[in-house]
Design a protein around this ligand. Structure first.
Ligand code: DAH
Length: 349
């Protein structure tokens, strides 16, 4: 009997000192395991008389279930303590502080870009991405602007020490796109229909309408028998969708080395509807999108025979379009990073 009491007391003392689950497991093994001290008591009963065995055995079994119960209780206790400790260590916060519900907003150029992309995608155009750092060949020579051509004067830019430059126009991607899709056009008769929006750079003094960093969205379509009528159709459809009304367009001659003939595409003034107002300088028209029929030299440089195929290209000023759509007066607001200015343009997506 003494042995049992002694062991019980010892077990309780041990339990009291146990402060984590790993130690507790060890205690379980020490007392209740195959070689544990309570199990040893049972094994040591061999020499007792039958009478003694009965009562001693019953007591040991009692101790055994008591110990098992106490260990289970201790497990609960330690787990609870652990959770409480974790809660205490959690960062404290005040649930009564009103939540910050500001969701952020898309940049107006992103909104206009996505809108144009969706319109052109629905007309079967692919959307292409292109680097901002390009070579002189990509930006100029491949689009019919040889070294020392006067057209370069209007497109001064930022040069890297390795001779590469920040692209001045999305036209820099024309050659790569002609090469990428030319094979499919020639071998399988699949027309090239691609748009390629991108950030462009020019070494410009900035003011309300000039920035050194702006966005354009170029487009190209090449196939057999593409004519100016196709160009007018796609431009008119796109602009009517963007401005959510039927816009009238007109073409005026314009010079760009990579198109022949080249045009300035105007739309009838959205403010006065063509009557003449201060926005359109009383002409009734707004200049919006330079375009033209792709120059044979550009097609040839892209591996496409200009005697067999023709195409149109356009260079939409995305920044200008965003300013028109959202009535933004100062171009510098767009790159200002000012959330106050930019958050006004809610998106309806
Ligand atoms: N790359 C010209 C510029 O930035 C814009 C342009 C004009 C693009 C005519 C075209 C085009 O594709 O056909 O000034």
């Amino acid at each position: 009997m003494d042995k049992i009491r002694e062991l019980k007391e010892q077990f309780e003392a041990r339990l009291a000192k146990t402060d984590n689950l790993t130690l507790l497991d060890r205690v379980r093994v020490e007392y209740l395991g195959k070689k544990g001290s309570i199990t040893a008591l049972l094994k040591g009963m061999k020499n007792l008389s039958n009478e003694e065995k009965k009562s001693f055995g019953a007591d040991v079994n009692k101790l055994k279930s008591y110990a098992a119960k106490r260990i289970d209780e201790k497990v609960e206790e330690l787990r609870k303590a652990e959770i409480e400790r974790e809660i205490a260590e959690m960062p404290q916060f005040d649930i009564t502080v009103p939540a910050n519900t500001a969701r952020g907003s898309y940049h107006p150029i992103t909104l206009v870009q996505r809108q144009c992309e969706n319109i052109f995608k629905s007309m079967g155009f692919t959307v292409e991405d292109y680097p901002e750092v390009v070579t002189d060949y990509e930006c100029f020579e491949s689009v019919n602007i040889p070294k020392h051509h006067p057209a370069r004067d209007m497109q001064d830019t930022y040069y890297l020490t390795n001779g590469q430059l920040l692209k001045t126009q999305t036209s820099a991607a024309q050659n790569a796109i002609l090469r990428k899709y030319g094979k499919d056009l020639i071998e399988n008769g699949v027309p090239i229909k691609a748009i390629f929006p991108g950030r462009c750079f020019r070494n410009e003094a900035t003011d309300a309408s000039h920035e050194n960093t702006f966005f354009q969205m170029e487009g190209m379509m090449v196939d057999r028998d593409i004519s100016i009528s196709n160009l007018i159709f796609f431009m008119k459809t796109m602009l009517s969708e963007v401005f959510r009304r039927d816009v009238k367009v007109r073409l005026r001659p314009g010079f760009f080395p990579f198109v022949e003939p080249g045009f300035e595409l105007d739309i009838n003034c959205l403010i006065c509807g063509g009557e003449g107002c201060s926005s359109c300088k009383h002409s009734g028209w707004l200049e919006l999108c330079p375009c033209g029929m792709i120059h044979p030299n550009v097609l040839r440089e892209g591996g496409i025979d200009p005697d067999e195929y023709t195409g149109f290209a356009f260079g939409l000023g995305l920044t200008r379009l965003a300013m028109m759509e959202y009535k933004i007066k100062d171009i510098r607001d767009l790159n200002s990073g000012s959330l106050k200015a930019l958050a006004q343009f809610s998106d309806d997506e």
